[in-house]
Ligand binder design. Structure first.
Ligand SMILES: COc1ccc(S(=O)(=O)N2Cc3cc(C#N)ccc3N(Cc3cncn3C)C[C@H]2Cc2ccccc2)cc1
Ligand SMILES: [Zn+2]
Length: 331
């Protein structure tokens, strides 16, 4: 039967095209003149984090040049604010400060940047109501609350902000469906639910969640194709596999989803020519959906020779253990 707002899985790709994905990422950023590469300069730091993390969970971190990445990050730290920009010459932003800190933790070399200045930058973005700006232009979003506590947990400087006020602001963005939006009274969305559940995991406040109601809402994201969407009536998209699965894993309810059908959907999003994952079957792949497709497969388990990924930080589990951080999950 035809279901509105769902997709039909055309190519029945049964296995993970492991080597093709390694090739896709290792080559990704090589052609500096490539239109796509130039158009995504505004998110370059995040693009590097997505690529580095994807390669590491495939145990292929040696396929890209560590030293040039570390040098790039050092050039992107603002000497005045301490914040880190997405690319040289751009303004610092909390999103890219998190991506840079995540990369440095994977490479185990946080000492290459001024960590104290990063803590000061994050503190400077917190508002009287506990919320966080993304940068000096003053946009508030629960995504930035997650970035703030994720950065401070990774650099071990949690005392730099008012945690209680930060928690109260995030809880003020919860909705009657158990979900969360970007601001108070904003519609629930799987990406923001991941940010808020991750925030509560880092601040050890998961008991404030209505897990039954929220897990139910998240499972309603699954469509007959097996794919997950981000909101009711939307099309399935492989990055929602990550947002939904990571949230369910933190809440100890991963088994509520039909894993077999979801895995089939994720594998159908692979590009068997170039490697990489697209948002849905038949579209062009990109580095963002490649990380989140691989990350979701890692959470699903199964013998896909992917390293374990931490659901809260979206970083390899061994890195979180090495940083000696213990993000909470409900068991
Ligand atoms: C291709 O048009 C775009 C549109 C927006 C963006 S973005 O604002 O920088 N950003 C990151 C992002 C990166 C890539 C890649 N490479 C591709 C998409 C994508 N989206 C858009 C998207 C993903 N699924 C469906 N949609 C429409 C999410 C968005 C927001 C986001 C940022 C950080 C972390 C999580 C989410 C980039 C490209
Ligand atoms: Zn997507």
């Amino acid at each position: 039967a035809f279901v509105k707002n769902d997709v039909e899985i055309k190519n029945e790709i049964k296995e993970l095209l492991f080597d093709k994905h390694v090739e896709y990422i290792a080559n990704h950023g090589n052609d500096k003149n490539d239109f796509e590469y130039c158009m995504t300069e505004f998110l370059r730091m995040s693009g590097i984090y997505w690529g580095v993390t994807a390669l590491d969970i495939m145990n292929q971190l040696d396929k890209i040049d560590r030293l040039s990445i570390i040098e790039f990050i050092k050039q992107c730290q603002c000497p005045i604010t301490g914040g880190i920009s997405p690319c040289i010459g751009h303004d610092p932003h909390i999103l890219y400060t998190l991506s840079a800190v995540q990369i440095l933790c994977i490479y185990d070399c946080l000492n290459e940047v001024n960590v104290k200045a990063i803590a000061k930058y994050v503190n400077s973005l917190q508002q009287p109501d506990g919320s966080f700006f993304g940068d000096k232009w003053g946009e508030v979003d629960t995504r930035f609350s997650f970035c703030a506590v994720a950065i401070l947990a990774l650099i071990d400087k949690m005392e730099s902000i008012n945690i209680e006020k930060a928690v109260n602001f995030v809880m003020s963005c919860s909705n009657s469906d158990g979900g969360f939006g970007s601001k108070p009274n904003a519609e629930s969305h799987a990406g923001l639910i991941y940010c808020c559940v991750g925030f509560l995991s880092i601040t050890d406040q998961l008991h404030r969640l209505d897990c039954e109601k929220l897990a139910w809402w998240l499972c309603e994201r699954q469509l007959p194709s097996g794919g997950l969407n981000g909101r009711p009536e939307k099309l399935p998209d492989v990055c929602y596999s990550w947002w939904v699965l990571a949230s369910l894993t933190i809440m100890g309810r991963l088994h509520w989803i039909n894993s077999e059908k979801l895995e089939q959907f994720i594998l159908s999003c692979q590009d068997n020519e170039t490697g990489g994952f697209s948002d849905r079957t038949g579209n062009l792949p990109d580095i963002f959906h490649t990380l989140f497709g691989l990350g979701a497969l890692s959470l699903l388990g199964g013998n896909n020779n992917l390293k374990k990924i931490n659901p809260t930080f979206c970083m390899p589990e061994y890195v979180i253990e090495r940083c000696n951080i213990k993000p909470k999950s409900i068991v």
